[in-house]
Design a protein around this ligand. Structure first.
Ligand SMILES: [Mn+2]
Length: 300
């Protein structure tokens, strides 16, 4: 099946969420949370992310994780990831309890499309100290795509991780996982880069972006995705396609994400900054936007 066909398929199955000016959403992707070892690139940003999540919980945002939140290629057991980043999962659990957490799977957490795996490892976990099961994300579904419809202007945003534009990571994800789990983790420690990752290959990233933006253009859709690790924030004045990318959470510069608030989209960066007195603080920095959702129609 062609990439356009794959995206059509995901789009048709994607549940629809309608929202208005009072609803708030935040989207992060490609956090690649690991077990806090040498290969865990998220670890350096874990305090930033913990604080960001506290902010979004307090301000009543709905958190949508746009794929590759957990690094399940390098790490076989979700339990190890949970233990390494427990404070973060506790905040996510609270969000889920309030009905304000949604999950879209990517290639590195694709096993979650299987309901048995979700029931065993995500809905609850086994607390070996107390020898009992503890509820975690009870009843949580992992979607391949979601559609957000803004009631006021009718603008629609299609949310997907984006590995569908990348056949190696879509169809052959188990092969990719095998290589990453048993070979690349060791080579990575020696300084090699993983060839299956679009994040480290400029040309590959461009090809995926081109294929997906072409789909968005022909179908006249606005698309928000991750996967390439490169933030994008199109504007109707300069671009032909309404294409937005959340970036990632494994970069030294901080964590990027997309917010939807008061009917507008913004790209934000969470990073550590300095005060004049030399103190460090966590900064939420607006990078692009706000772009009013009413303007989405001006792209086409
Ligand atoms: Mn990915």
């Amino acid at each position: 099946m062609s990439i356009a066909g794959r995206l059509d398929q995901v789009y048709q199955k994607a549940p629809l969420i309608t929202f208005n000016d009072r609803d708030k959403f935040v989207l992060f992707s490609d956090l690649h949370r690991g077990r806090d070892n040498k290969n865990d690139d998220f670890s350096q940003n874990r305090h930033l992310f913990e604080y960001a999540l506290k902010y979004y919980l307090k301000h009543r945002f709905h958190y949508i994780e746009l794929g590759d939140g957990d690094e399940l290629w390098e790490n076989k057991r979700f339990w190890d990831i949970y233990k390494a980043h427990e404070t973060i999962f506790e905040i996510m659990r609270k969000m889920h309890g309030k009905g304000r957490f949604s999950l879209i799977f990517g290639n590195h957490d694709m096993e979650r499309k299987d309901e048995r795996i979700r029931r065993r490892f995500l809905h609850r976990f086994y607390d070996s100290y107390n020898e009992r099961y503890i509820p975690l994300f009870e009843g949580l579904i992992a979607h391949e795509g979601l559609r957000l419809e803004y009631k006021k202007g009718g603008a629609e945003l299609f949310l997907v991780h984006g590995h569908q534009g990348d056949w190696l990571n879509d169809r052959l994800w188990k092969v990719g996982r095998f290589f990453v789990r048993y070979f690349w983790v060791h080579l990575q420690t020696m300084g090699f880069h993983n060839p299956s990752s679009p994040a480290q290959e400029y040309k590959k990233r461009r090809i995926i972006e081109r294929k997906i933006t072409r789909w968005a253009e022909t179908r006249q859709k606005a698309i928000i995705m991750g996967h390439t690790h490169r933030t994008r924030f199109s504007s109707p004045e300069h671009d032909k396609t309404a294409y937005f990318n959340t970036g990632n959470g494994v970069h030294r510069a901080g964590i990027t994400g997309i917010e939807i608030e008061k009917g507008a989209l913004s790209l934000v960066l969470w990073r550590v900054s300095t005060r004049d007195d030399g103190g460090l603080y966590t900064e939420r920095r607006l990078v692009r936007g706000p772009l009013l959702l009413e303007k989405i129609k001006d792209f086409y």
